[in-house]
Design a protein around this ligand. Structure first.
Ligand code: NAP
Length: 252
């Protein structure tokens, strides 16, 4: 097999929410495949920087709060200035609010939709304008099992992640001819801050584990291979796909 297919040397990747969890796992995997990684985070992502340094990789930090779309242009132009070009964007930053639908507030709704969907769209737009001029690129959105399923007590999260699935396909349709591949990764149950409440709830934890064919929670590093694949030349003809990395959850 031609290992160059998965080689990201010299590519510039931007990963949002790169200080922890899945974003950290993906940033480290992309750096391991040779990419220079712009780490977007609300606070200094020291641990991720150290992990990439230890592998001899290159990163730059962009502190930005994606609860509004204000930083979107700045994120893209900074990465471009730092590393030259923007080849890969991973829209990973996301939040969740848990509440009964009867009690769900406007803030529970707007906060989640703004980060998970609105900023994802406008950051993709800013990146795609640069990618289109430079002959193409890869955009990877982080979807969810709730892109496919309804969930419970997470109304805005389900709406946002179902929206991510739809937008991934729409953007793929609009931008494929410009050489831009837009795809998504749908993680299953991954042990991160986002799922800390579920892991801590003994009953929910054992129900979840009992339904995962692989029999374990995923680790952020489990997402790395899918991210490298979708960022690489190996995925040049893959458009609008939502790749589940879920220990078999959706197969049940
Ligand atoms: P996490 O550890 O809580 O990571 C979320 C990341 O998003 C953090 O880096 C967080 O920064 C960042 N973020 C949140 N709001 C932000 C904002 N306003 N501006 C900039 N960054 C912001 O959880 P995770 O599980 O790794 O989540 C990563 C993505 O995977 C999310 O889109 C989530 O919905 C998705 N996902 C997770 C699972 C799972 O099982 N864990 C399953 C399916 C999908 P702070 O650290 O500063 O809060």
């Amino acid at each position: 097999m031609n290992s160059k297919l998965f080689d990201l040397s010299g590519k510039t990747a931007i990963v949002t929410g790169a200080n922890t969890g899945i974003g950290q796992g993906i940033a480290v995997a992309l750096a391991g495949a040779g990419a220079n990684v712009a780490l977007v985070a609300r606070r200094q992502p020291d641990e991720t920087v150290a992990m990439i340094n230890d592998m001899g990789g290159k990163s730059a930090v962009i502190v930005a709060d994606l609860s509004t779309i204000d930083p979107c242009e700045r994120v893209i132009s900074y990465a471009q200035a730092e590393f030259g070009g923007v080849d890969i964007l991973v829209n990973n930053a996301g939040i969740i609010r848990r509440n009964d639908a009867l009690d769900f507030t406007e803030d529970d709704w707007d906060s989640v939709m703004d980060v998970n969907l609105k900023s994802l769209f406008f950051l993709s737009q800013a990146a795609a304008r640069v990618m289109a001029e430079n002959g193409g690129g890869k955009i990877i959105n982080i979807a969810s099992m709730l892109t496919f399923q309804g969930g419970i007590r997470v109304a805005s999260y389900t709406a946002s992640k179902s929206g991510v699935g739809g937008l991934t396909k729409l953007l793929a349709n609009e931008w494929a001819a410009k050489g831009i591949n837009v795809n998504a990764i749908a993680p299953g149950y991954i042990a991160t801050n986002n799922t800390a409440a579920l892991q801590a709830d003994e009953k929910r934890n054992s129900e979840i584990l009992g339904r995962i064919p692989a029999g374990r929670w995923g680790d952020p590093s489990d997402l790395g291979g899918a991210a490298v694949f979708l960022s690489s030349d190996a995925a040049n003809y893959v458009h609008g796909h939502i790749l589940a990395v879920d220990g078999g959850w959706l197969a049940r």
